[in-house]
Design a protein around this ligand. Structure first.
Ligand SMILES: NC(=O)c1ccc[n+]([C@@H]2O[C@H](COP(=O)([O-])OP(=O)(O)OC[C@H]3O[C@@H](n4cnc5c(N)ncnc54)[C@H](OP(=O)(O)O)[C@@H]3O)[C@@H](O)[C@H]2O)c1
Length: 295
């Protein structure tokens, strides 16, 4: 057992920036922490702080009750967990897999774990490595509720907010993917805006305060549009899609006049025109969500 408040001894498999932050937070809270990484030499700072550095994944697993996995993707996680020696050592222990990947990969690994007699929770981390151990950290979890409740106190030492999204193991990854979709398409929009602004002689610095203003419009819309999307009403009273589509066409025209790829905005404009063609021109933009999956 760990020395801290009867919390379990933990093992962290994977010492990239995130794995190191997780292990650091466990150590800071006084949990007995064992660490392992495929490529040796990444545990120096952690062992200086009191972590035990294991020579193999199976040795690391044997030293912990709660096994936290955080590597680049599920190919990597499976390459570690599914080796016979490791799978044997994991039997009867709990794995919390905080590696990011798709909901189907989480379901597949959960099925494998059940067949091995391994307790399994999946999770996603929605904030950067430096947030771990601070109130800003955001963790999403899915899997058996009683298992989550049993390990909640140990997970809490990682800081921030922890939300159990349901027993269906793919839920944390499903939220992760949807949220990454927002993040990366928004970042793609920003990178594109910088390219257009530059071509028009506007620096990213000059644009920044106004870019922040546009960004700030979005959060309240996620509430309003959630109502629309879940009820299927799509009110376009404030900005009907017939009006929105004309501003999209301006972005395409200016991009192409400067030889800048307009693929993303062309695709958005095409979806909006499709909505109009289906007779929903007076609806709001989020009606697009209805047609995206239709052929
Ligand atoms: N960094 C962040 O701010 C952040 C934020 C949110 C979520 N996440 C998620 O956290 C996870 C870990 O991210 P990270 O930032 O720590 O770094 P990363 O670059 O995504 O992953 C590095 C880790 O993966 C291991 N790895 C890669 N291929 C492997 C393989 N085939 N077999 C065994 N291990 C392998 C690396 O081991 P080697 O050292 O041996 O290559 C290293 O431990 C990812 O799923 C990431 O999406 C990260």
């Amino acid at each position: 057992m760990s020395t801290a408040l009867n919390l379990p001894a933990v093992t962290v498999l994977g010492l990239g920036p995130m794995g190191r932050s997780l292990a650091g937070a466990f150590l800071k809270a006084g949990l007995r922490t064992t660490v392992w990484n495929r490529t040796p030499g990444k545990d120096g700072e952690l062992t200086e702080q009191g972590a035990a550095g294991a020579a193999s994944a199976e040795e690391a697993v044997a030293a912990g009750e709660l096994i936290v996995v955080c590597v680049v993707n599920y190919d990597a996680a499976d390459a570690i967990l599914r080796r016979d020696e490791v799978a044997r050592a994991l039997k009867g222990r709990t794995v919390v897999n905080l590696t990011a990947d798709t909901p189907d990969r989480a379901r597949d690994t959960a099925q494998w774990a059940a067949a091995q007699g391994i307790d399994y929770l999946d999770g996603a981390i929605m904030t950067p490595a430096p947030s771990i151990g601070t109130p800003e950290a955001v963790f999403l979890h899915s899997g058996p509720r009683d298992l989550y409740d049993r390990h909640r106190t140990a997970l809490d030492v990682l800081g921030g907010t922890h939300t159990h999204l349901g027993e269906e193991i793919g839920r944390a990854a499903a939220f992760d993917i949807a949220l990454l979709d927002i993040f990366w398409t928004a970042m793609a929009g920003y990178a594109h805006a910088v390219a257009i602004a530059r071509a028009e002689g506007v620096t990213a610095r000059e644009l920044a305060p106004f870019a922040q203003g546009i960004g700030a419009i979005l959060p309240p819309l996620f509430e309003t549009f959630a109502e629309d999307a879940d009820s299927g009403t799509y009110s376009g009273e404030i900005n009907p899609i017939t009006s929105a589509v004309s501003t999209m066409a301006h972005v395409v025209a200016v991009s192409e006049s400067h030889g800048i790829d307009a693929g993303v905005m062309r695709s958005v404009e095409g979806q909006a025109r499709r909505v109009i063609g289906l007779g929903h021109g007076t609806d709001g933009f989020i009606r697009v969500a209805e047609v995206l999956g239709r052929h």
